[in-house]
Design a protein around this ligand. Structure first.
Ligand code: 5AD
Ligand code: SF4
Length: 476
């Protein structure tokens, strides 16, 4: 019997036991409601990327299904869950800061449950640190054990045991988990999990495991259900969407998936992230060009412009190859928006290397970019490299990079003045209530006057003025 079949057998034997526990928890929570006139509440704090955002939607879905209710703050919650990120030190520090504050909350409310999950908990050392130094944490689970949450809560509430579950069954994909999505008009949809690329700076392959693709039919079914519920925009998520399907026996690529999803009535926009430049195929460029619903926006992280640095990062492409891709994208899809991720201060990065990044940015003319200071991640190859760059040099390069990126972003937005774009209305402006905010298919942010009834609708907006990070316009 294969390891996968063994796991599936064990799981089905466990299923009955788990559903009994879920029922008991649900009954307890119903009783709680009758006695207290309110449901037990939870609050999820999410750090990091969209993958984590979506995992938090699954956590919320599971908690709702066992009778909890979401609370918009941690202070009066019965259960606080930290969904952590390990990609950069910043997110790690923020999490520990907040965890310390929650310790004080729990002192006054000992019955409050504290759970920690996500990428940080996949790391043995950090998990041990939480177990040893933050003893008030009741539940710990990993990125691939979200479905165990009811059982973990059961262990704490009924058996009064601290609960930890990190089993590494990362070759399995759990389908049909309930999801409490944040928005009904746009949705995140996983297509691959994990990563096989081992870029030398990145911790993701160590914590999220090997890459695996969801079956096409599972994705298609999920998107059909979303469309029936009124969803207009989907964002397909994977660490490298371009390698979707490489493990399937029958050939079925990412562009094949896009052609299938494009057929689903009701869905009007299809986005995806992230595309690894080494795998961006001509087929994908054709799909973006041909398929009406696939947005003309490609997020194509370059990370650095110097071939020495790219090699040392194990990115498997050169500056020249990347620029050829950008040129091809712009030629085939004339109004395409290209965004990127850039790291400055990677070990060994010289001033000349950095200037190669600046040169690449000028040539690529990005619509926008996420920029990062290189952050040492223990356990990665780059963490052991000599020639780590001093913090002041990193900061200086970071500022100089922004000084080049911002005017390009502004120039790109200015080219939209006078034109009309379809905009998906996403929120009411925090500062001025009569203003709405939405995005064009190119992911450009637009503010315009309008009323709340337009939320979740796609409207036409004429652009009147442009700033570096957004544009202003009027409904037409
Ligand atoms: N330091 C800085 N940035 C990093 N990223 C990943 N790992 C690190 C690191 N150690 C950035 C990359 C990636 C994005 C999601 O996070 O740019 O594309
Ligand atoms: Fe990290 Fe590279 Fe994988 Fe992206 S492709 S998750 S940067 S290892």
């Amino acid at each position: 019997m294969s390891k996968r079949d063994q796991i599936i057998n064990t799981l089905s034997a466990d299923t009955k036991l788990i559903s009994e526990k879920i029922n008991e928890l649900r009954n307890n929570n119903e009783q709680y409601f009758v006695l207290n006139g309110r449901k037990k509440t939870y609050h999820v704090l999410t750090y990091g990327c969209q993958m984590n955002e979506h995992d938090s939607e699954k956590i919320a879905g599971i908690l709702n299904s066992i009778g909890y209710e979401e609370s918009d703050n941690d202070k009066n919650s019965d259960l606080i869950i930290f969904n952590t990120c390990l990609v950069r030190e910043n997110a790690e520090l923020k999490f520990f800061g907040k965890l310390g504050a929650v310790k004080e909350l729990k002192k006054n409310r000992p019955d409050m449950l504290i759970a920690v999950c996500g990428c940080m908990m996949q790391n043995d050392e950090i998990r041990q640190k939480v177990l040893n130094k933050y003893r008030f944490v009741d539940i710990i689970f990993g990125t691939n054990t979200i479905q165990e949450l009811p059982e973990l809560i059961y262990n704490v509430e009924i058996n009064k045991n601290k609960s930890v579950e990190i089993i590494d069954n990362s070759e399995l994909i759990y389908e049909n988990m309930p999801k409490q999505r944040k928005f009904n008009y746009k949705a995140l949809v996983n297509i691959t999990y994990g990563c096989n690329n081992f870029c030398t700076y990145c911790i993701v392959p160590y914590v999220r495991g090997r890459e695996k693709s969801r079956e096409p039919q599972e994705i298609i079914n999920e998107v059909k259900l979303l469309a029936e519920d009124g969803c207009k925009e989907i964002t397909l998520l994977g660490q490298n969407v371009n390698s979707y399907g490489t493990t399937f026996e029958e050939k079925f690529t990412f562009s094949d998936l896009l052609y299938e999803l494009n057929k689903i009535d009701g869905i009007e926009r299809i986005r995806f992230m992230t595309s690894h430049p080494k795998d961006l195929s001509d087929d994908l460029i054709t799909a973006i060009k041909e398929l009406k619903k696939v947005c003309n926006h490609v997020h194509l992280p370059v990370q650095a412009g110097s071939n020495n640095v790219l090699k040392s990062m194990n990115r498997k492409y050169t500056k020249e190859h990347y620029l050829t891709l950008v040129e091809k994208l712009r030629k085939e899809i004339p109004d395409v928006a290209i965004t990127t991720d850039i790291i400055v201060g990677f070990p060994g990065e010289t001033e000349e290397d950095f200037l190669e990044t600046i040169d690449l940015v000028e040539k690529s003319e990005y619509d926008s970019a996420f920029t990062f200071l290189y952050s040492v991640r223990e356990g990665t190859i780059a963490a052991k490299m000599e020639n780590q760059i001093p913090e002041d040099v990193k900061h200086d390069r970071f500022d100089r990079l922004l000084n080049v990126l911002y005017p390009i972003g502004l120039k790109k937005n200015e080219t939209c003045i006078g034109k009309t774009y379809s905009v998906l209305v996403e929120s009411v402006s925090k500062n001025a209530n009569e203003y709405l905010t939405g995005r064009t298919e190119h992911f450009r942010l637009v503010h315009f006057k309008g009323d709340e009834s337009l939320l979740g609708k796609i409207v036409n907006v004429k652009i009147n003025s442009a700033k570096t990070f957004h544009m202003e316009g009027e409904l037409v």
